[in-house]
Ligand binder design. Structure first.
Ligand code: NAD
Length: 311
């Protein structure tokens, strides 16, 4: 069992605490939050300690989940790594690229495991089609939500689109991007609330992504088109459809989707197993950095376009 702790036990951090208190690979030792009543409430629930400081928690654990607001990821994560503790860091890994690069370097130098919380990799719908995806030619993704109130400290590209950017990079593999255009506008906040990006990789694969937090419901669709095959994922409903052209006929396939497992539990278990086996976790700091680099290229283009058409 690995002695674990959670830093930041708000909306998502309290779920991390519940999972780390119940996974067999983990012994949840305690939690820390700048709002001490919050830490105490979660600690009481799982019969663990509410630590008075980050340093006190780091003294007592081997691995930490950092689930604080994005703008605090860098200072908190740096202290975790400097203390030589294994780090699970929620997405987006940091707000700024230099911060993300510094964390990747520090984790390598410290020889600790560093996983970034791109939880869609563990979505049962994604797991069900992983082996069906070969050389995608076109990918279309829509991630639209009701205005959440939370997560609006960053642009929608860093909050929502980054999930799909990580999936795109995962499915397309190591390819350079030869074309990128993006547009987006603030609607309900001063940050970009709706964004659309079009990318073309060097192998010709084209990707069209839309992310919005100004929508009347929720949609998380990810569609992959490749030679003779169409794969449609709904990562919210965890539904998958695959259509394959065989002998002139399009045949539907419904790959088995294992909905019995919670994606966040699979994700945290993978982190703990990477520590136990001294292996790289399935979503490394470098993976998080690649998604963040692409997100920033998209954001820079959006801001250039906003400036150009300012009225
Ligand atoms: P939240 O505001 O509900 O919770 C954040 C908590 O961190 C609060 O309790 C706050 O008091 C605490 N906190 C703030 N600064 C701190 C510090 N320096 N040290 C310790 N505690 C501190 O936010 P949330 O919605 O739970 O989001 C947290 C993070 O999780 C964000 O980075 C967000 O992007 C990410 N997130 C990821 C997903 C996903 O799908 N993977 C979903 C939601 C949120």
């Amino acid at each position: 069992m690995i002695r674990t702790g959670v830093v930041g036990v708000g909306h998502l951090g309290s779920v991390h605490a519940r999972i780390l208190a119940t996974l067999e690979e983990s012994q949840l030792v305690g939690v820390y939050d700048i709002i001490s009543e919050r830490a105490q409430a979660v600690a009481r629930q799982w019969n663990v300690q509410a630590f008075p400081s980050l340093e006190a928690l780091l003294e007592a654990v081997e691995a930490v989940s950092v689930v604080t607001p994005t703008e605090t990821h860098y200072p908190v994560a740096r202290r975790v790594l400097e203390a030589g503790r294994h780090l699970f860091l929620e997405k987006p890994m940091t707000q700024h690229l230099e911060e993300a690069r510094a964390l990747v370097d520090l984790a390598r130098r410290q020889g600790v495991r560093f996983q970034v919380g791109h939880v869609e990799r563990f979505n049962p719908a994604v797991l069900a089609v992983r082996d069906w995806v070969h050389n995608p030619r076109f990918i279309e993704s829509h991630r639209l939500t009701l205005f959440p109130g939370r997560g609006t400290d960053v642009d929608v590209v860093l909050d929502l689109m980054i999930h799909d950017l990580d999936l795109v990079l995962y499915f397309v593999g190591p390819q350079e991007i030869e074309f990128l255009d993006a547009v987006g506008v603030p609607v309900l906040t001063h940050k970009v609330d709706i964004a659309n990006a079009r990318l073309r990789f060097k192998n010709g694969c084209t990707v069209n992504l839309t992310a919005s937090r100004v929508y009347s419901s929720h949609m998380r669709k990810f569609r992959i088109f490749q030679r003779d095959t169409y794969i449609s994922l709904d990562t919210r409903k965890k539904d998958v459809e695959v259509y394959i052209l065989r002998d002139g006929t399009v045949l539907p396939y419904f790959p088995e989707v294992d909905r019995s497992q919670e994606p966040l539990a699979l994700e945290l278990r993978a982190f703990l197993q990477a520590i136990q086996h001294r292996q790289d976790p399935p979503v490394t700091g470098e993976d998080g950095l690649r998604a963040l680099e692409l997100a920033h290229r998209i954001l820079d283009t959006i801001h250039e376009n906003l400036k150009r058409y300012e009225v």
